[in-house]
Design a binder for this molecule. Sequence first.
Ligand code: FAD
Ligand code: UDP
Length: 400
Amino acid sequence: MQITSGLPEGFNAGAYDMIVVGAGYAGAVCARRLAETIGYRVAVLERRSHIAGNAYDCTDEAGILIHEYGPHIYHTFNERVHNFLSRFTKWTDYQHKVLANINGTLMPVPFNHASLKLAFGDERGEELYQKLVETFGKDVKVPIMELRKKNDPDLAEVADYVYENVFLHYTMKQWGQTPDQIDPSITGRVPVFVGDDDRYFPQAPFQGMPQEGYTALFEHMLDHDLIDVFCDVDARDLFEIDETTVKIDGKVYGGEIVYTGPLDELFNLDLGALPYRTLDMKFETLDMDQFQPVGTVNYTTSEDYTRITEFKNMTGQILPGKTTIMKEYSKAYTPGSGETPYYAILEPENRELYERYLERVQNLTNFHPVGRLAEYRYYDMDAVTNSALDLSDEIIACHA
Ligand code: FAD
Ligand code: UDP
């Protein structure tokens, strides 16, 4: 593998069997799979100056490993994904825990047995917990929007508390809308957990941090003789796309193209911009060993920011006397502003707009949109990896 900045003089896309746009999970997984299974020569074009997409991590001025684009915690139920990624990294046994700061008291989220006792006192908390167990069973995840539908005074007491104190203000900050107004799958990501597991991803069998970090994982994944990576290259400067052909550098390109950027950008937003939320991330290095007890504290009843992450608590890095924290402020994304489109806004009309862009590439049999941006989805790292593995299988099957 070669990673270079910019394209070399005389770069010839035609010399490659596949062009991948974007060096995040979606792009890197496809590049690796196609290179190693069917011997494709692959060029990866990445407009940032680094690989790893939004999972990129690096060392800050204080020497602390930080996640430049927000806290990334690997977790999955998918064995195939886990086996694939585990070829490129060893994992720490970090189990992510999150506390919600609810009017000054720290309680586990997802809201669980312990949280109920903290919120309602030992006795009442236990009564309410037993009611939840009777209703739903033990070690079960109950989305807040499901819990709210239950017509029972005890369950309503829990639902109202959790809705008001865990979801309402945080969701307003994150999405500018109430939990009732957004797609229920979003709050469903953090269901009430009827049980004692106090991890953010209860029951997920595989979780941890890549031992040398995410960027190192990507270096290993892309480290293949048939893969060349070109950073600081925006594919939009090379691509011309219409319903029948893709041209790269003015020439019709006949190889496969894996595209992991936003689809609307490829067409200069001509049908309108796909809406996203973006984040302002404020990093601070403090002269102390540890700032907070866990990796992330969610501010669910106060503050303008949604959450504070302390990286050393997640990576396990030992560096006395200094710690770096990061606050996330969410806002609407403005296309063309240089902001990063972090979260697709899951509304039916946005999906329709996306589908209209998708239609325009559907007849291009060699053009494959994949990933969180290109599929306009709220995908975790494992889901993107899975999607990219599936796409790779399809391309391999067509090649055979
Ligand atoms: P990306 O990582 O966005 O990669 C796409 C790449 O394409 C980018 O590097 C971009 O620069 C490049 N690109 C786009 N357009 C062009 C172009 N025209 N030319 C060249 N290059 C281009 N997932 C988890 O599993 N656990 C977590 O804890 C977690 N935390 C998250 C926290 C935040 C704040 C965010 C925003 C996401 C989080 N995720 C998490 C999700 C995770 O980031 C994504 O699932 C994953 O990174 C998506 O990979 P991707 O390859 O689809 O997209
Ligand atoms: N959420 C909330 N309070 C919390 C945690 C999550 O209201 O303490 C809601 C909020 O709407 C958020 C969604 O659940 O956007 C999904 O949370 P998650 O932590 O999965 O978001 P991500 O890590 O992807 O930003």
